[in-house]
Design a protein around this ligand. Structure first.
Ligand code: MG
Length: 250
């Protein structure tokens, strides 16, 4: 069932989204070579607690960390570690989810560490833009797969590929609610979008077109070829005017 949020519930999610965007901004500003991925997890724990929230990932998903830290060929669900150090040239994805006052928000971004190559730079640009293509497709009375199609068609036109095994999702009292939001597929299918729906739209974009694999740690999703992958996510609310991005710094 897809939950429709009241004005009061949306106000909580707006506030949570603003706070989470600020936290992710702080994490990103600390990205540099030789920092461990565990460093970012510790900082996230501190910052989430400081604003009165809890991690949505350890609470709902049983994940061993409050953020996913995924580097290069790691697509999503990378486990933070004090031993894993960032290196110049890496693409570093941070996915973070918070529950506060009963409602979840979820977001992700990928950034370059130090100096990155031209191909990595291009993948980053396409990945970020693909999220905005999806957000632009959010309109009342349009169908859910119009969002999926907007993302997938854009990415393929740029010569990259979306991950098909993992999808975006509705979000609210739970981290993962209905509906599932694939990042590909034909338009004009699925439920009609209604004001008060809240969606976590999250394209994962990679250079190869093969199914992903999961490492022996049972969490880290990697590309089959070792090719690069990026991940961008916002939590948005469907409004009368389109989409309101909740996870923005304001
Ligand atoms: Mg998500």
């Amino acid at each position: 069932m897809i939950s429709i949020k009241t004005e009061d519930e949306l106000a909580i999610m707006q506030e949570n989204g603003r706070l989470l965007a600020q936290i992710l901004h702080e994490l990103v500003s600390e990205v540099r070579p030789n920092r461990s991925t565990g460093f970012f997890n510790r900082l996230a724990i501190e910052r989430i607690a400081a604003c009165g929230g809890e991690s949505a990932f350890d609470r709902f998903a049983g994940f061993p960390g409050v953020i996913n830290t995924s580097i290069n060929e790691e697509v999503v669900h990378g486990v933070p570690s004090e031993e894993r150090l960032l290196q110049s040239g890496d693409l570093f994805s941070i996915d973070i989810g918070m529950i506060r006052n009963g409602f979840c928000v979820d977001m992700a971004t990928t950034v370059g560490v130090g100096v990155i190559g031209e191909a990595a730079e291009r993948l980053l640009g396409v990945g970020e833009q693909s999220l905005w293509e999806g957000i632009k497709a959010v309109r009342i009375a349009k169908r859910l797969s119009d969002v999926s199609h907007a993302i997938g068609a854009y990415v393929e036109a740029q010569g990259f590929h979306v991950v098909r095994e993992y999808v975006g999702h509705g979000i609210g009292r739970d981290l993962h609610e209905d509906p599932q939001i694939p990042n590909y597929g034909p338009p004009g299918r699925g439920v009609r979008l209604r004001a008060g729906m809240t969606l976590a739209i999250e394209p994962m974009v990679k250079v190869d077109d093969l199914p992903t694999c999961v490492r022996d740690d049972q969490w880290t999703v990697v590309t089959a070829t070792g090719g690069l992958s990026v991940h961008f996510e916002h939590t948005v609310a469907v409004t009368r005017d389109g989409a309101e991005v909740l996870t923005l710094r304001r």
